[in-house]
Ligand binder design. Sequence first.
Ligand code: PAF
Length: 284
Amino acid sequence: MHIIHTISELRQWRAQAGRVAFVPTMGNLHQGHLALVEEAHRRADAVVVSIFVNRLQFGQGEDFDRYPRTLQEDADKLRGAGVAVLFAPDEKELYPRVAQEYNVEPPHLQNELCGRFRPGHFRGVATVVCKLFNIVQPDVACFGKKDYQQLAVIRGMTEDLNMPVEIVPVDTGRAADGLALSSRNAYLSPEERAQAPQLYALLLDMAAQIRGGRQDYAQMEEAAVARLTAQGWEVDYVEVRHGGNLAVAHAGDKHVVVLAAARLGHTRLIDNIEINLDAGFQAA
Ligand code: PAF
């Protein structure tokens, strides 16, 4: 595996590579990331993984400084997973000017759901992913469905800006008790870790009710927030949205997603569950 730190070296490698699949990450890799790498292998001749903790997508008071940086361990995992290139630029390489003057501005969706609680986050994500796409020039890029809103923003960006990259969504990796795999799970105390699967349990219950015919989404959301709050969570939101464009869901929608974000102590967890009510529906 080549470990590349500069854009020029990456471009040289890219010039002689065939079909490339790309997995952008912020490192501290877990099984969920390796599932993205596995999917990437199915789609191309060579897999490139980037590790870059992107300051632009962290708000004030968020965990940019304490975000786990584990490059050596990550490199070992990626080598074992047959990755061709680990691209690990430093901040000066990716953001040579102190402030990034041109940015990718996602539409109103960036201010909803997680965006309501993390102003500027999706602008930072879209901007760095656009830069990485321009540098790596992948044919395909894999993104986890755990970050469902991020996936929607990236899909919208590639479609509207005619980026020649196929976006491949990959199912959320979960621990045996249902907790969605995330680098931030490492922040949970043992007590919080034991409690954390309550979030997915709630989503499963809501999905079962929706599959059973419930469509009073506003009431369901209110009950869900009350349930998590009673269990000791500080809830940002639980919302039922259209599974494609993330518009507010309406009775009769055939593809919906329930998305939730809530805090246990200082740790903010997100999760979601997709529900297809149309028997013939194929998730993209
Ligand atoms: O999902 C992530 O890890 C990040 O948001 C991404 C896509 C690598 C952009 O920094």
